[in-house]
Design a protein around this ligand. Structure first.
Ligand code: COA
Length: 199
């Protein structure tokens, strides 16, 4: 399976991605923010999406979007083709999307909204924590994206404080020590008090 940052060669998958997003939401009976072909194509062309494929066949997709003038990055629209599910594709896509978000926007907080257990597991392994919606971007345009969701009325009744989706947030400064521990060599003292470095 290939996991790649999107480019023009992936445009051929856009209709299939949009259709599967819609069909999966219908099957699950859950809400989803609707994305147009134009919007998804733009994400693909800008290199703001990650695509998984196998032998030229589309496997999965996810994209990033910045909010609040770059203070936040959302990872959205994760979808895996039904015949490729439960083989770790979503995990690999989300890892790459997370890496892409950190590379492009190192100081931004990264978040996602989900009703799915699989995504909660993946996010939690990447260091995201569940939060209430006031911790997320308050950018009107982001929340306007929920207008097409079947649960929009619930969101409004709750004054945008919560809804059926779980919000998960990764805060870079809170994870700096963990990231540093992974990238820095461990320094150990020997018994004879000489210092040595083990990597
Ligand atoms: C949710 C979805 C993206 C998962 O894709 P996937 O490639 O099958 O996921 P993975 O194989 O990487 O599995 C990741 C983890 O979730 C678990 N998982 C996968 N599907 C699951 C499901 N339907 N219910 C509960 N757990 C699930 C896996 O066992 C794995 O857990 P583990 O790491 O403890 O073994 C895919 O089912 C899908 O596209 N669903 C429809 C769209 C959707 O729900 N998108 C998410 C919107 S936020």
């Amino acid at each position: 399976m290939e996991i790649e940052v999107s480019s023009v060669m992936h445009l051929m998958y856009v209709s299939e991605i949009q259709q599967e997003m819609y069909d999966s939401a219908q099957r699950r009976g859950t809400g989803i923010a609707k994305r147009s072909i134009e919007y998804l194509s733009k994400k693909i062309l800008e290199g703001n999406a990650v695509i998984a494929s196998e032998n030229g066949e589309w496997v999965g997709f996810c994209y990033i979007e910045t909010w609040s003038h770059g203070q936040f990055v959302a990872n959205s629209g994760l979808i895996v083709s039904p015949k490729f599910r439960e083989r770790g594709a979503a995990t690999l896509i989300k890892e790459r999307v997370f890496q892409l978000s950190r590379e492009k926007y190192p100081n931004a907080k990264i978040f996602g909204l989900t009703t799915g257990l699989a995504v909660m597991k993946i996010n939690s392994d990447l260091g995201y924590k569940p939060v209430i919606y006031s911790e997320l971007t308050q950018d009107e345009e982001f929340w306007n994206g929920c207008k097409n969701c079947v649960n929009y009325e619930i969101l409004m009744k709750k004054e945008r404080k919560n809804c059926l989706c779980t919000a998960m947030l990764f805060v870079p400064e809170k994870n700096q020590n963990k990231e540093a521990a992974v990238s820095q060599p461990e320094i150990k003292l020997n018994n004879d008090k000489e210092s040595s470095i083990s990597i």
